[in-house]
Design a protein around this ligand. Structure first.
Ligand code: SAM
Ligand code: SF4
Length: 348
């Protein structure tokens, strides 16, 4: 269908010729297909990690966040143009009181979806089983240390015993995949990298190590940044050097296999070796702002469009317009722009 056959475009939108074609895959300005949506469901959090949460950050009032029905509507529109993985994130998604209902509503409305969630794990002991029963398939859990004192220091408020209990509950609940995420800081947990990897493998989890990014609070901590090659060196002979699993079948991580036995270790190398060439993702914040790139502080409001009564064709028009402007991220070219991104607002 041509653009001419659609309802009038929403204000301030560039008209793109295929704006109203739900069947056409979503692609960006350089032809990358978009298959993965990170969806913020709240920007509030019950921790305050040193590299993430700005001092005095106030969350968005609930009425300004996407409702369950609005989330489902947006997920359906993305699914119609080829997005097959949705990862719920935040803030901390589990502090949203209706999170189980939200998962259930998405899983019921879009049964073919690969539905995942990233959490700090603090509330998982109670919620792991209900989330699994509601249709959640995969989990990523942040584990910056396996020592209670260091964990508390890095998360400012976190209780490692509660997170451990949450991880145990998640293992019992039968998720198809559980990964751990560790942001590596030179003077805090770099020396714990082998221990964290072993801890995760012993429990059948896949450990991933993330380079600190100059986003939000991370921007003022870049003296703590450790390039992935140095993180990998800490794992010495534990890992084979190749072939790497990937190239990046799903998400930005790549994985090295463990030398003896089963398992792998993942690396997310957004700073030293950025992955823009293969980026297949797009983000919607808890306020419903669509952002083509993590490093870009500016978005377009899908929430406002939905609340103004936009049709699916008009929402697609917005998606295609934003994706048409997606290029490469700004960590290397504009660190100030990236620092303006609040991670709790956009969800990592
Ligand atoms: N609250 C959940 C959690 O911590 O897993 C989900 C939201 S959190 C923003 C998503 C991911 O972003 C986490 O793995 C976190 O470690 C990571 N993250 C936050 N700030 C970061 C930064 N400046 N650099 C690298 N990763 C960061
Ligand atoms: Fe909260 Fe996650 Fe940010 Fe830590 S990384 S402050 S747990 S949103």
């Amino acid at each position: 269908m041509s653009a001419a056959g659609c309802s009038p475009p929403l204000p301030r939108l560039a008209v793109v010729p295929d704006a109203c074609a739900p069947g056409l895959p979503l692609t960006d300005s350089v032809g990358r297909s978009v298959r993965y949506l990170r969806l913020g469901v709240t920007d509030r959090c019950d921790m305050a990690c040193v590299y993430c949460m700005p001092e005095g950050y106030r969350g968005t009032p609930r009425r300004e966040q996407l409702s369950v029905d609005e989330v489902v509507r947006i997920v359906r529109v993305f699914y119609a143009v080829g997005v097959r993985t949705v990862r719920l994130t935040g803030g901390e998604p589990l502090v949203r009181r209706d999170v189980v209902h939200l998962v259930s509503a998405i899983a019921t409305a879009v049964p073919g979806l690969d539905l995942a969630l990233t959490t700090n794990g603090a509330l998982l002991a109670r919620l792991a089983r209900p989330l699994r029963d509601a249709g959640l398939q995969r989990l990523n859990i942040s584990v910056d240390s396996v020592h209670a004192d260091c964990f508390h220091q890095l998360t400012r408020t976190g209780d490692w015993a509660a997170v451990r209990a949450g991880i145990d509950a998640a293992r019992d609940a039968g998720f198809t995949e559980i990964k751990t995420n560790t942001v590596v800081l030179r003077d805090h947990n770099l020396d714990q990298v082998p221990e964290i990897a072993r801890w995760a493998h012993d429990r059948g989890l896949t450990p991933r190590f993330i380079e600190l990014m100059p986003l939000g609070e991370g921007a003022s901590l870049m003296n703590q940044h450790v390039p992935w090659t140095e993180i990998r060196a800490r794992l010495g002979a534990l890992l084979q050097d190749g072939p790497t699993e990937s190239p990046r079948q799903r998400g930005p991580a790549f994985y090295l296999p463990v030398r003896a036995g089963q398992g792998r270790v993942g690396f997310i190398t957004a700073v030293s070796n950025h992955f823009c060439n293969t980026c297949d993702r797009v983000r919607v914040s808890a306020r419903g702002e669509l952002r083509a790139c993590l490093a870009n502080p500016h978005g377009v409001s899908l929430r406002d469009a939905v609340r103004q009564g936009a049709t699916d064709a008009q929402l697609l028009h917005l998606l295609r317009g934003v994706l048409a402007g997606k290029d490469r991220h700004a960590f290397t070219t504009g660190p100030r722009a990236a620092a303006a991104v609040v991670m709790t607002g956009i969800g990592g």
